[in-house]
Design a protein around this ligand. Structure first.
Ligand code: ATP
Ligand code: MG
Length: 470
């Protein structure tokens, strides 16, 4: 069966698919699945070594996402050299997951060799020769627990429940290689797990454990610009037909939906996100602040609901940010932050760095601030008023935009920064959580802009002083 195939990587996957898989329906039904160059590139991004563990492909409607997923699932079942392979198709519900599974079954039936090796059941394909199995899964998180996938494909990730996604992610990693591949068209709302996943991938482009590909038309393009359609739809004019897209042009389809489904755009809802994920990602250096550096610390304290955060910024005209401490409620109603531990972390930070200032909103933390001030730590108050927060908020945003601030790439800081949404009104510019009761925290982002504000203040002051002394 293996004769003449490359031994590994995306080239092997592509060669295997072309050798054994046939198109189950639509254009070219029954004929060999001829991979297009862009499909090969996608495959290589997920299967060339070192192999990523998690992939996200954002592709508009009708570009063969489900078909390619099914072909990859069959490769994972038969061709990846895994004894005891476990391949799963997951989606919002079982009916949706069946699209991938049914395509894999049809492909199996069309290939004499695969058919000979497999048994087809209602909800699984078994391969006794290698003790392998592909299964379609209902999306209830309970039924997903305890899995040991070698390949898991999540179709239409844009509408998949967050809990389902998380349970799948938790199940990965028990094998030397495994891949969870999430495929879909852009999600409608910001609470979707696909939204977060994309933001995380944009912010961490060099993470070797993940791979991300997006097909999208340029932001703000005209709806009927067919050149833009071609950029977003690699299969256009091949097995995707322009008249089908034309038939859905607004007003027949609402514009935001057309942009998501046909142009692959994320325009809707992104406008209130404070920090552009890719921009934030480019300012990550991966480096901590060296001991002994001159820094400003900022504390955003809370007792039970939100987290308590401690961030440092180097005193510089181009400050570097890093997390010093973070205390988060793990989801327990009775949980209270360990105030003494926070105080001790501040003391330790004052030994580790040359701390110019430790600023905090005194609300509810007055006592701790007094205790630390009495120990001669340089404690100052930074009330979270509009007058103080507006310039700090715009200040950090501008610095990141202009390349005048960097950060360590700490995942928690990135998460909080990307969670933050911004409002501008008569009282000024502020960041806040996506909604009042949202569990997405932003405390580290708040600290970051406070610490940044104080660090640039000292940097400009010491510079002007130097000018005076000359
Ligand atoms: N390399 C290929 N060669 C020939 N046909 C292909 C190829 N890749 C995909 N197709 C075909 O393209 C058609 C559309 O694919 P599919 O339903 O998988 O698209 P999709 O992106 O999942 O669509 P939707 O967004 O509606 O879910 C199918 O009939 C599929 O078999
Ligand atoms: Mg599909």
């Amino acid at each position: 069966m293996e004769h003449g195939l490359p031994s590994e990587g995306g080239e092997r996957v592509a060669a295997w698919i072309e050798k054994f898989v046939r198109v189950p329906k639509g254009v070219g039904a029954g004929e060999p699945f001829k991979l297009r160059p862009w499909q090969r590139e996608l495959i290589c991004s997920a299967f060339d070594g070192p192999r990523p563990r998690l992939g996200l492909w954002s592709i508009p409607r009708g570009n063969g996402k489900t078909g390619l997923s099914a072909a990859l699932a069959l490769y994972a079942l038969h061709g990846d050299g895994v004894f005891g392979a476990r391949v799963y198709a997951v989606a919002r519900d079982e009916r949706q997951a069946r699209h991938v599974f049914d395509a894999a079954q049809s492909m199996t039936k069309l290939s004499p060799l695969l058919a000979k090796r497999s048994y087809l059941h209602v909800d699984k394909i078994t391969v006794p020769g290698s003790d392998s199995m592909m299964q379609v899964l209902p999306a209830e998180p309970k039924s997903l627990e305890g899995l040991d996938p070698s390949f898991l494909v999540v179709d239409e990730i844009g509408v998949v429940d967050r809990r389902t996604f998380e349970v799948c992610l938790d199940a990965m990693g028990k094998r030397p290689t495994s891949l969870m591949l999430c495929i879909g068209t852009p999600a409608e709302n910001r609470d979707s797990v696909m939204w977060d996943l994309r933001a995380d991938m944009l912010a961490n482009p060099d993470d070797p454990l993940t791979t991300f590909t997006e097909f999208a038309a340029p932001e703000g393009c005209e709806l009927d610009d067919e050149e833009a359609w071609a950029l977003a739809n690699p299969a256009l004019g091949d097995f995707l037909f322009a008249d089908a897209i034309r038939a859905g042009l607004p007003p027949k389809t609402r514009e935001p939906r057309f942009r998501r489904m046909r142009l692959g755009q994320w325009a809707e809802g992104s406008s209130d996100q404070w920090m552009e994920p890719a921009l934030w990602g480019t300012r990550s250096t991966g480096l901590a602040i060296p001991d002994g550096s001159e820094v400003c610390l900022a504390l955003d304290g809370s007792f039970s609901q939100d987290s308590t955060a401690l961030v440092a910024a180097t005193v510089s005209t181009t400050p570097h940010l890093d997390v010093v401490g973070h205390w988060a409620n793990p989801g327990d109603k009775e949980w209270r932050v360990d105030v003494l531990a926070v105080e001790e972390a501040i003391r330790q930070a004052c030994k580790r760095f040359r701390v110019r200032e430790m600023c905090a909103d005194p609300y509810r933390w007055q006592r701790s601030l007094q205790v630390l001030a009495r120990e001669r730590l340089p404690v100052t108050e930074f009330p979270q008023s509009a007058a103080r927060m507006t310039p700090a908020t715009t200040g950090l945003h501008e610095a990141i935009t202009n390349g005048q601030a960097t950060h360590s790439g700490d995942k928690r800081l990135t998460e909080h920064v990307l969670n933050a949404v911004v409002t501008e009104d008569s009282r000024g510019t502020r960041i806040h959580k996506p909604s009042k009761h949202s569990t997405r925290r932003i405390d580290l982002a708040v600290c970051a802009l406070m610490a940044h504000s104080r660090a640039t203040f000292y940097a400009s002051r010491s510079r002007s002083r130097r000018v005076v002394s000359w």
